[in-house]
Design a binder for this molecule. Sequence first.
Ligand SMILES: Cc1cc2nc3c(=O)[nH]c(=O)nc-3n(C[C@H](O)[C@H](O)[C@H](O)COP(=O)(O)OP(=O)(O)OC[C@H]3O[C@@H](n4cnc5c(N)ncnc54)[C@H](O)[C@@H]3O)c2cc1C
Length: 291
Amino acid sequence: MKPAAFDYIVADSLEAAVAALAGAGGEAKIIAGGQSLVPMLNFRLLKPSVLVDINRIPGLAFIKESEKTIEVGALTRHHQIETSPVIAKHLPVLGCAMTHVAHLAIRNRGTIGGSLSHADPAAELPMLALLLDASLEIASASGRRTVAARDFFLAALTVDLNDGDIVTGITFPKLPAKTGWGFEEVARRSGDFALAAVAATLTLSGGAIAQARIAMTGVGPTPRRAGDAEALLTGKPLGPDLIEAVIKLVRAGVEPESDLHASADYRRHLAGALAGRAVAAAWRRAQGKTA
Ligand SMILES: Cc1cc2nc3c(=O)[nH]c(=O)nc-3n(C[C@H](O)[C@H](O)[C@H](O)COP(=O)(O)OP(=O)(O)OC[C@H]3O[C@@H](n4cnc5c(N)ncnc54)[C@H](O)[C@@H]3O)c2cc1C
């Protein structure tokens, strides 16, 4: 199918993009990489009267390191994140996750701002933003605001963005010292969306887990943290019994839905198994071993 007719505005500055969105009275859509939007236009699931192309806005594609954070511009392509030495050094779990996003051709166009704004229930980047306690910078005609990732994902394909809002960047706190990570995903084929995926970080202190973070995707309408399992891990060294307890808690805490790709029971089973593996890998890496 072909999309319904629309006007096309190429914005050459953030101000121009914000003005174009504000002028369209809620009838406009931003286009970034187009890898999720264009299929939706072609299937006529969306019929905006105006597309505002933000690709030529300077200064929105960058990876910037500061003392405690890594800031990533909204127009940064998935492949830039995947191959960035800064990401590999400070947020290796993010770099690893990117290799699971779609295929190289799609990763060359798709952007972090687009993926977070689109918020597919099985996407990797929303899960990573939640895992790493990231925050999103958002600009609109009425000013700028910052939203924590934990407050951003509201429902499937629904985020805390109003008509006229543009995500301009994402800020990730660097991982603390003595932190290991794990990332585990099951998809039907390489490049497909996850049936389920889990990412974890463990920060050690004195041989025990000082901070545990576990995030999941594909097991509900939005990415979610496994808060009960995180609390259980905190203050203890990891061993086989604790991993088993994490698996049980994760399975008890998710409510996936059945669809064409997998049953709810299978997704629940996967969530537990992947959480166990991700936590075990994070524990090994935190001790300087290979996963
Ligand atoms: C075959 C295929 C397989 C894929 N597999 C995966 C996968 O395994 N995992 C995965 O995570 N993704 C997957 N994707 C999606 C891909 O990662 C997209 O690149 C991403 O979801 C959207 O990014 P984009 O830049 O292309 O956004 P676009 O398609 O341009 O936009 C998506 C939505 O976000 C809005 N938007 C875009 N940028 C902004 C912004 N800066 N501020 C506010 N709103 C904005 C748009 O208006 C639109 O509603 C796949 C896509 C395809 C076609």
